[in-house]
Design a protein around this ligand. Sequence first.
Ligand code: G4P
Length: 534
Amino acid sequence: MLKRDFSEIKKRKTFAIISHPDSGKTTITEKILLLGNIIRCSSINRIKKSNKNLKSDWMKIEQERGITVTTSVVQFFYGKHVINLLDTPGHEDFSEDTYRILTAVDFCLIIIDSSKGVEDRTKKLMEVVSLHNIPILTFINKIDREGISTIFLLDQIEKELEIFCSPIVWPLGRGGSLKGIYNFQNSSFISRNIKGSILTNEKQKKLEFINIEESLKSILKKKFEFDIFLDFKKELKLVKKKYFSFSVDNFLDGIITPVFFGSALHSIGIAPMFDFLIKYAPTPKKKKSDVRIVFSNEKKFSGFVFKIQANMDLRHRDRIAFLRIVSGKYFSGIKLKQTRTGKFFIIRKAIYCLGNERKIVNKAYPGDIIGICNNNSIKIGDTFTEGEQIKFLGIPNFSPEFFCSVSLKNPMKKKQLSKGLTQMFEEGAIQIFKPIVSNCIILGAVGKLQFDVISRRLQIEYQVEIVLKKVNIVAIRWVFCNDIKKLRFFKNNNSMQLAFDNEDYLVYIATSLFELKMIVNKNPNIIFKKFREC
Ligand code: G4P
């Protein structure tokens, strides 16, 4: 790889922000975009209501329910760095999408609401993050509100998320008496903007790093404020003793999480967190494939598809595959092999997506996410190379938790239904099962709301009206066995409970967890899997 291309890799930071809903993910994302000059003035409402291109809510259901279902990627410059920020669906019913996005990032920023502490969804997401061994930074938000004690919050993170905390900043005061934030790394103090108005990047910079004693003299005018200061000094001593001091290696190994406190709404603590991220968060490194580990500085192009979004623009009925570049360099006209099929594609027009706004990409490097417009030929999990026969690992299909049978209101629309369902399966929005002994179609989803989305999208995009009926299924497991005779025997004995998924993998359909346990115990030669590689 050329020296110039290598320095491009070192400039890149690719990450996602994850949190329990309402912790402030949207607000923080907006403030980060403000830092990156992607947007020029800050108002969540402005973004939510008028500039729809910046939000990934181009689907009607998102607008109606006020949730983020789909995912967009934002690329922007911050100084000489290139930031790829992947938005994730906020609602837990779309967590499968979030899990896949985590395979495409190099690190994560976890947001915790300081008045609520570690919540359920954060715990679940953290389990997935741990599976992929991704370094995480933690931002404890809403410290402008009274809430759980700061020390208690850190202890809770260590216990519930099973990671050691390394506080990088510490708040002076809380809620209404919040005065600002002390930075352990350079012993500086960032004072709160009293007016609470939203700061632009430059103004924020000017306020940073004033000498602590000097700034405190002007800030702490009243006696009770000096009491807050004394508590704060005690806390600083305790924190230094109790928690890990920051080490890059421990951070990159996922042993510690650097912790920041702030208020996204009032732009407190965002800039120092982001500057830290730029300095210490990992650049694109390597990815495991079925044959070998592929390093980002290799000359030849490789990448994998982690998301497919269809019909982002209804007028064009397009379908975009989001591909994360692992190694090499993308340029217009590159010839790439889809290793699943062995077919070669010439990619002339890759795009960056920002909501439903597109930009043509001329060059892209490891860490970048490019969108490839395609017909139905690309699937989630596909690997693309310049010819090498490898497949990147770790892009999963999860076992659904909710099931429905689907039937048509108008039986003449069978073809459209099949097309629509296949489309949504390939996007990873739904899973389709066809029982061996019946003609019905069973849909499986990780969250209930996915069924509403499917039903609505079939109606809008394919003009198909469906009836969904709840079925008595509690779980499915993918069935694998190397011994063909034993597998045949198992199939003959359990045909009533077996189905094929949309890619003809065999699945066991369980009507109760007890039954599932029994069947697993009774068949030690059969492997029952909760997820399978895409
Ligand atoms: P999410 O994407 O994680 O779901 O959270 P979002 O940013 O939408 O924030 C959820 C609510 O929390 C919003 O209020 C938002 O204004 C508020 N919020 C975010 N950061 C802070 C903070 O630092 N301090 C305080 N006090 N509040 C914060 P909302 O009333 O639900 O919505 P809105 O009407 O303000 O848009």
